[in-house]
Design a protein around this ligand. Structure first.
Ligand SMILES: *[C@@H]1O[C@H](CO)[C@@H](O)[C@H](O)[C@H]1NC(C)=O
Ligand SMILES: *[C@@H]1O[C@H](CO)[C@@H](O)[C@H](O)[C@H]1NC(C)=O
Ligand SMILES: *[C@@H]1O[C@H](CO)[C@@H](O)[C@H](O)[C@H]1NC(C)=O
Ligand SMILES: *[C@@H]1O[C@H](CO)[C@@H](O)[C@H](O)[C@H]1NC(C)=O
Ligand SMILES: *[C@@H]1O[C@H](CO)[C@@H](O)[C@H](O)[C@H]1NC(C)=O
Length: 480
């Protein structure tokens, strides 16, 4: 099944060694831990409860003995009417974050098969969460994406889809701030990077993560039938834009002198798409003027890099948009006369996910103000109000295309109380405003700027005061 491709196994539970930088650089949320739980500190690194980052869902604790604390609690979402369930996390606007979601079902709802559902980040459908195969094998599952924060908060949401048969849930949510240079050849205003694989070639060890990886990325061991060689010197991570951990260079896959090295990597068959790929190499010998080797790097018979000179300081080569589909083969061909075989230490591959448009920031801000001023907005009134199109806020419809705007706001008969904030006048693309049959109180705000407004319903509320005169002058208004 192709959608399980992005499922990476958490065999050695890297969650045990996660950490949190000073806010708001990163957050490690232990979902469903409850209000009183405080921090779960493991090895000096702290997870906090997800309370306060989400206002919907119920919490549950698994009875399975000996579970990692992070996996033993979860938050689940029984409300079938909500179009999405969102975490909203404070971030640095324009910052680049690695977002990791972790799922361990554990039969929390008395069933024996995990639900299938969607995950959404910053208004873009990220993918389908399918954890059944891992669960059958007794494993948790995680997904990772590198994404730029559009505003001062970043939203990560779950949503039901046509295959969802029971309540979506989540065990942990991690956000890690990525320094500017990481993956910086990608235009994060247009794309996100979904992790497909991050491998440490030739390693016997457990996975590498924090503190070896400054950014808490997880590097999985990868071996095949080719010989393995150990490195005799260390690289300096900060010499590389992507700051790979020095430990990822400790071993390499190689072959004998004069031979071509072929590696099937990543092991999974890939869906046809464009990928960001970076490979890391280091000459394994003791540093000396002669410790270098030269080879060609190709992927599926296409040149990736010609005559790469690999020294003991290490080198990386990457492609920003490389089309791949199906099986991938890395081929390293040595230049003639080189006394040692080619080698590779580590590699990363990400699927490039184009972002679905952008909702006008001003409309987003106004909708957030409206949501705050209502006492009981619909449960899905958080995250992006318009995106993805199938998961807009209840009662909200939007224009499509490049500049996405709110065009309809319809909460007829939803039992909403609270007041209508004057900023509603900033929703200048609004065509239909239907708020009849609620418990709204306070004044009717000035809405003279809603030049596109065609229909307006405010009847059957507890609104007070005069109907502003400017409403009579709206050019398009046909129904009030
Ligand atoms: C990426 O970061 C490196 C190191 O800071 C910098 O030299 C380089 O110009 C950056 N590249 C882009 C495309 O921003
Ligand atoms: C490879 O790099 C080393 C160290 O910089 C240098 O001495 C050597 O001449 C280079 N080899 C080739 C073929 O360029
Ligand atoms: C490396 O690639 C270049 C360009 O395709 C080619 O001319 C050269 O012969 C290749 N070297 C080897 C050893 O295959
Ligand atoms: C609405 O517009 C007014 C006037 O331009 C501005 O002061 C206010 O900040 C806007 N509110 C929002 C939420 O964008
Ligand atoms: C608003 O919702 C009500 C109740 O669901 C419906 O009858 C009405 O047609 C909707 N109005 C618009 C403009 O969609």
């Amino acid at each position: 099944m192709s959608r399980s491709i992005f499922l990476l196994f958490v065999v050695n539970i890297p969650l045990l060694i996660a950490y949190s930088q000073p806010d708001p650089r990163g957050y490690l949320l232990n979902c469903g831990a409850g209000k009183q739980s405080g921090e779960t500190t493991v090895g000096g690194l702290k997870y906090i409860t997800d309370e306060g980052f989400i206002s919907v869902g119920n919490i549950a604790t698994l009875k399975t003995p000996d579970l990692v604390p992070i996996l033993s609690t979860l938050r689940y979402f029984p409300d079938t009417s909500a179009r999405k369930y969102c975490y909203v996390i404070p971030v640095i606007k324009g910052g680049k974050y690695l977002v990791r979601t972790t799922y361990y079902y554990g039969g929390f709802d008395g069933g024996n098969e995990p639900p299938v559902f969607d995950q959404i980040v910053e208004g873009t459908k990220w993918g389908v969460v399918y954890t059944t195969d891992d669960y059958v094998d007794g494993l948790s599952s995680y997904y990772e994406i590198v994404v730029m924060a559009k505003g001062k908060t970043l939203s990560v949401c779950l949503a039901r889809n046509e295959d969802t048969k029971s309540d979506p849930f989540i065990s942990a949510l991690e956000l890690e701030y990525m320094d500017d240079s990481l993956y910086n050849t990608t235009d994060f205003t247009k794309h996100s990077l979904i992790t497909v694989a991050r491998s440490n070639f030739g390693s016997d060890d457990d996975t590498i993560s924090f503190p070896d990886d400054k950014f808490n990325r997880v590097w999985h061991p990868f071996k095949d039938i080719n010989p393995i060689v150990e490195s005799h010197s260390n690289i300096t991570p900060w010499d590389f834009w992507n700051v790979p951990p020095a430990k990822a260079f400790n071993t390499a896959i190689t072959t004998s002198r004069g031979k071509t090295l072929q590696i099937q990597w990543p092991p999974e068959s890939l869906p046809s798409a464009k990928y960001y790929i970076s490979m890391y190499f280091q000459d394994s010998r003791t540093p000396s003027p002669y410790s270098w080797r030269v080879f060609n790097v190709s992927l599926n018979d296409k040149n990736f890099y010609i005559r790469l000179n690999v020294t003991t300081s290490g080198v990386t080569v990457y492609s920003t948009q490389w089309p791949l589909s199906g099986q991938t083969q890395i081929v390293l061909t040595p230049e003639t006369g080189i006394p040692v075989g080619p080698l590779i230490n580590a590699a990363e591959i990400f699927l490039i996910l184009p972002l679905s448009g952008k909702t006008l920031t001003r409309d987003v801000e106004v909708m957030e103000v409206l949501a705050r001023m209502f006492n009981n907005p619909p449960p899905d009134w958080s995250g992006d109000p318009c995106l993805p199109e199938d998961n807009s806020w209840t009662g909200v419809t939007c224009s499509q295309g490049e500049h996405i705007r709110v065009v309809t706001l319809n909460l007829t008969g939803k039992g909403v109380s609270g007041s209508l904030h004057a900023d509603i006048a900033n929703l200048t693309a609004l065509n239909h405003l239907w708020l009849g049959g609620n418990k709204l109180s306070g004044n009717i705000p000035e809405m003279g700027s809603l030049k596109e407004l065609k229909t307006l319903h405010l009847e059957n509320n507890q609104l007070e005061g005069q109907v502003p005169q400017s409403l009579g002058q709206l050019p398009e208004l046909k129904e009030m």
